[in-house]
Design a protein around this ligand. Structure first.
Ligand SMILES: [Zn+2]
Length: 63
């Protein structure tokens, strides 16, 4: 963890979206869930630091 603020972390997640005639609809997917792992990229909205998600976790960093 590079900074003490863990309330403003954005995570790069995989989102399933439905393809429609007009384009795509992020809300129409069969389950609408999004996926991310400890190895997903994450960005701190507070200081702008970008690193893999596990690095932001208190016990992370060793992977
Ligand atoms: Zn930060």
């Amino acid at each position: 963890m590079k900074c003490g603020d863990t309330d403003e972390i954005d995570i790069e997640a995989t989102v399933w979206i439905r393809v429609t005639e007009d384009g795509t609809d992020a809300d129409a997917g069969s389950d609408g869930h999004h996926e991310y792992t400890p190895r997903s990229m994450a960005s701190c909205g507070s200081c702008g630091h970008t690193e893999r998600l596990y690095a932001f976790e208190p016990k992370g960093g060793a992977a």
